[in-house]
Ligand binder design. Sequence first.
Ligand SMILES: NC(=O)c1ccc[n+]([C@@H]2O[C@H](COP(=O)([O-])OP(=O)(O)OC[C@H]3O[C@@H](n4cnc5c(N)ncnc54)[C@H](O)[C@@H]3O)[C@@H](O)[C@H]2O)c1
Length: 342
Amino acid sequence: MSTVFRKTISKALTTRPSHIANVASRCQPSPLNATRPFTNTTFLRKDEPKPPPDGADYTTGTNPGSSGDHEGQFARTDPSVVVEYPEEGDLPHSKPVHGRGGMHYKRTLASFTLENHVAIVTGGARGLGMIMAQGLIESGADVALVDLNLEEAQRSAAQLRETFKRENDPSDPPPKVTAHFADVADPDSVTSCIDDVVKAHGKVDVLVTSAGFTENFPAEQYPIDRMRKLWSVNVDGTYLFATGIARHLMERDAKGSIIFIGSMSGAIVNVPQPQAPYNAAKAAVRHLASSLAVEWAEKGIRVNCISPGYMLTALTQKILDDNPDLHKKWTSLIPVGKMGRP
Ligand SMILES: NC(=O)c1ccc[n+]([C@@H]2O[C@H](COP(=O)([O-])OP(=O)(O)OC[C@H]3O[C@@H](n4cnc5c(N)ncnc54)[C@H](O)[C@@H]3O)[C@@H](O)[C@H]2O)c1
């Protein structure tokens, strides 16, 4: 500090008015003011006197309901929403999308092509999995649809081949689209399915894990066997397929891409339907992607997670059919006001 400044400051201190002196002395560290006083802490014990009426009635210092019936109405789960995952026969078929694939000879980066690549899509018989399979096919890949429902996977594979033929130039080589059975939650089933796909296609380069489902029960009433089933399909299924494909890629010393289908539910809590185990499962899927991405980065195996918001598929259609009011509640909470269309 220069001598000029030092002089100015010492002069100011000797001539300071009394209120500055008080402030300065309060700023000195002393055993008494070294501890920060929490004088504004609100006590929430039931026997505490109620806060003064001039206090804001929308803070946690007041009793529930004191600012009106609307409190928390858009941020609560509703225990009356109970949806069991339906039997296979109760779910509608999916159809390939039309007019959004097809001929287009726009320039794109060569590195985006999937020509000479083979992709597995679990849960590919229906819904998001089937449409993502169509996207992979349009980008040049051959695809293996893997599903618990083999018949539905076969039907979808045939539809995807037909749609490709109809929407593309007849000179374009048709994609190879096959259907395979697997219960993704069962390690033996996953291993034999991967063997089956490699036998049919020669190799696998890309994995998309779309097999998964949700159910709605209030947490304290969730049947434990259903919860275990939900976690085994959503979490174990993702893990088993990812590790199976990673082993296959490592054996071939090949690079590859693994894409998990998580959900927004892995990062936020949906309302009003109660689905704590699904939310936790999707959070696990999301962090599994990050963890495996780090673990396999040096092998050239990329792992990513896509977390869709509400998409109108057989799964969500069934929930909406059972609970028609949900549609309004969901779309009121989506900034663009609409569910996604696969
Ligand atoms: N639809 C949405 O709004 C939405 C939003 C976010 C995330 N997701 C997630 O996307 C994925 C696909 O959902 P969707 O809406 O397309 O559902 P969907 O029910 O239409 O399709 C799921 C497919 O997975 C298959 N499957 C279920 N259990 C399986 C098992 N044990 N082994 C193999 N296959 C099995 C089903 O037979 C079905 O073909 C799920 O993981 C879901 O959690 C969906």
